[in-house]
Write a protein that binds this ligand. Structure first.
Ligand code: SF4
Ligand code: SF4
Length: 337
């Protein structure tokens, strides 16, 4: 495969955030890829669930200038303040977005080549070096884009950039295996240990997720397990303890568990996409509740960690590598097919 065709691999990027300090060790550029096989009702990034580029409408930013109405060749655009979803006749030409100077309409997502992504990533090399940071791939589910992701990671390795992924664990192992083998660090979500409850909450069984986490574990890549704590949904002591015991007994290279408190920061995005927010009645957990759950985790013998104080631990950066040689960058079977 020559360099030109490698550069041409494309994927749908939702957003690129620079200088994040909560998505892995050090200062990080976070690449959000679109498309997720789960449908968690608490998702803070609903715009990442659909693989396709989508139009978002922010009604509070609309000044009712009428430009979108005038520029729409199909006569279907209406001011954002009045809502703009549900028409089958929209061709996605984007005229209404280009004409909206108030920022009330925008695309969510953009097709990019791997080369374009790496060019942006390279801009912050100095910050990665100074902070022992790097690049984190998030989503959506980045491992459902194994070729695109693998190409970007391959190029990051050439540049000596540390790479990490945030994953829900639901992906095709065969398709993603080579890409995973190149990663330096993994943040893996475990939302519920009970299969039936997991399916009811997210739309899918947790069986594939647990199979995949055990396979990743055999690679020896440093890993943090994340539990999104949703009051009344998955924060019962039985589930938190079962998760911690699973980590203790089956994931020897896990640095610890990070319990993440549910928040409502994504509510405006649901409105912008015209999607109902299903958890409007749930309050974020209190600090004391989170402290009690973190103690439950440590009581099982698993460290409870947070991005603020533990991601810079030496373990995160020192790879306990046992990746099969044929899957490593230097191995004979590295080509992304
Ligand atoms: S994307 Fe084009 S067709 Fe669709 S509402 Fe906007 S201007 Fe009209
Ligand atoms: S162009 Fe933008 S600000 Fe003007 S009416 Fe349309 S959505 Fe509102």
């Amino acid at each position: 495969m020559n360099n030109l065709s490698r550069t041409d691999i494309t994927g749908t990027v939702l957003e690129i955030q620079r200088w994040s300090v909560s998505d892995g060790p050090g200062s990080r550029t976070v690449i959000f890829l679109k498309g997720c096989p789960l449908h968690c009702p608490w998702c803070a990034n609903p715009e990442s669930q659909d693989r396709r580029v989508q139009m978002a409408i922010f009604s509070t930013r609309c000044v009712r200038c009428g430009a979108c109405v005038r520029e729409c060749p199909e006569n279907v655009a209406i001011p954002a303040a009045e809502g703009a979803f549900g028409t089958d006749n929209c061709t996605g030409c984007g005229n209404c977005i280009r004409s909206c100077h108030g920022g009330a309409r925008s695309w969510m997502g953009e097709e990019m080549t791997a080369g374009e992504v790496v060019d942006l990533v390279k801009k912050d090399m100095v910050f990665y070096r100074k902070s022992s940071g790097g690049v984190t791939f998030s989503g959506g589910e980045p491992l459902t884009h194994p070729q695109f992701l693998g190409e970007i990671i391959n190029r990051c390795m050439d540049l000596g950039i540390h790479t990490a992924v945030e994953t829900c664990g639901y992906f095709d192992w065969k398709a993603a295996e080579k890409t995973i083998a190149m990663l330096d660090f993994i943040m893996f979500d475990l939302k519920h240990m009970d299969e039936a409850t997991h399916k009811r909450l997210t739309g899918v069984s947790n069986r594939l997720i647990l199979e995949n986490i055990l396979k990743i574990s055999s690679f020896g890549i440093p890993m943090v397990i994340r539990i999104p704590v949703i009051p009344g949904v998955n924060d019962d002591e039985h589930n938190i303890r079962a998760t911690a015991v699973f980590v203790r007994d089956h994931l020897p290279q896990a640095i610890g568990i990070e319990a993440l408190a549910y928040h409502r920061l994504g509510v405006n995005k649901y409105q912008a996409l015209g999607i109902e927010y299903p958890l409007g009645h749930i309050e974020p957990p209190s600090d004391s509740r989170m402290a009690a759950l973190r103690k439950l985790i440590t009581d099982t013998g698993v460290p409870s960690i947070t991005a603020d104080n533990d991601y810079d631990a030496q373990l995160v950066r020192s790879r306990l590598k046992s990746t099969p040689k044929h899957l490593t960058k230097d191995g004979p079977d590295n080509a992304q097919t």
